[in-house]
Each structure stands twice: as C-alpha cells, then as structure tokens.
Design a protein. Sequence first.
Lengths: 136, 117
Amino acid sequence: MTSPLRIAYQGLLRLHPYDFRAEFGDEMLWIFDEESRRGKAARLLFDGLRSTVIQNVRSREQQLEPAGPIYIEIDSSLPSERFAQASLVTICCVLSISLFMSMVVPKVAAPISKLLFTRIRIFSSVTVPPPTKAQP
Amino acid sequence: MKTESKIPQPISTASLYILLALAREDLHGYGIIQEIARQSEDGYRVGPGTLYDNLKKLMDQKLVIDAPRSARAKDDDRRFYRITSAGKAALSSEVERMHSIVLEAQLRLGKREPRNA
C-alpha cells in the first residue's frame, strides 16, 4: 500500500528537473522506502522540498549561462523568482508612498488605535427619533 | 585578464562526508547515508536530496565516478560510487586545511605551545 508520505515524496521528485530525476530519482525513492521502514520518512520530505528548490534554481541558472561573448539567451518565461522580486518591489513602493503621504498630508497621520476603532456611520443621514419617556 | 586562484576551495560538509565515506570502499547511495551516520555517530544525517545534489557536483568535478559493475555481484543492480585519485587528493587537501585551522585555533586558545617556541 502506498502511503500519503510516499505519494508526497513522489510528487516532490516529479518537480525536480528531468535530467536530475532521470539520473537519481529511482535511487532517491528507494532510499525513501528504506527510511520509511525505519520510521524516518517524514523528515525526508523537507529534504526533498529543499532539493526541489535547489535543483530547479541551479537548472535555470545553467540555462541562462551565456553561450558565448556575443550570443546571450533571453528567457522569456515568468519564473517564480521574478514574481517574488516583483512582489517585493511593489511592497516597497507601496510602503514608501504610504510613508510619504503620511508626512505630506497631516490629516492622514492618525494613531493606529484611532484608525482601527473608528466607528463607521453608514446611515448618518437617517435621523433617529429620540427615545420617548413613558408617561405614568 | 582574470587569473584563477591556486587556493583550493573549501569542500562543503556534505561533500566532505561523502568523500570520507567512499574513501574506504565503493558504496551505493543508501550505504553512503548509513556510513555518514556511523562516522558522525548520528550527529550529521543527510537526506537523499542533499546526498545526490552533492554527489552530482562531485561527479561533475570527477572526484567521484560510477563503480564498474564487474566489481560486485551480478544480481546487484544498484548503482555504486567510487572515489577517484583526484577525489582522494581533494580529501587530503581539505583534511590538511582543517588540521591547520585546528592547530591555529588551539594555539590561539592557549591549548598548545607555539611551533617556534
């Protein structure tokens, strides 16, 4: 019977670059099975995840290495590193603009507790009649 | 023009342990993991990902090669690895480098007399 851990590990192996997987994939799975019998399979998942990241980054670096002094291969795909970099730059830009705005517009600068606990009046235009006192 | 450095680069811990495990005999992947655990008294354990990542680098540098199949039983289809003479030289060089660090550290910590004394 195939355990969920083994399925997860096989999934991680599938995420490795083809060359690496073809060369060492079967052996890695065999070692995983051996370690599973000894009850030490769970910690190998982290090792597998780490290996997936390292091999993919290394494989991409090797692909991007220039073939010569003139010819440089331009990778037009959108790798995860670019998304991460773009997210980081966006966050920095938003934070910088927020900081600048808080200094330029003094009304915006308010204590965080006030901003968090301000009552929102949605129906401010609706007039609520004052409670009438019960007559004896 | 760029000149290549003559100083050998330090070997990573995992690679050092792999070379050390293979120094005595040819081993398959799981054998290397077990040998490393034995050498370090279970203090340092490598997973298959770390093992094959480092093993690939060592094979690219020709420090480790595939052991020929004739050297083992015919029904054993596992892949065995063998350290090359270049690998042994790299291991010796690394051990010497570490030994000199240990000597220097002992000297600075006052655990050893200076050599010229």
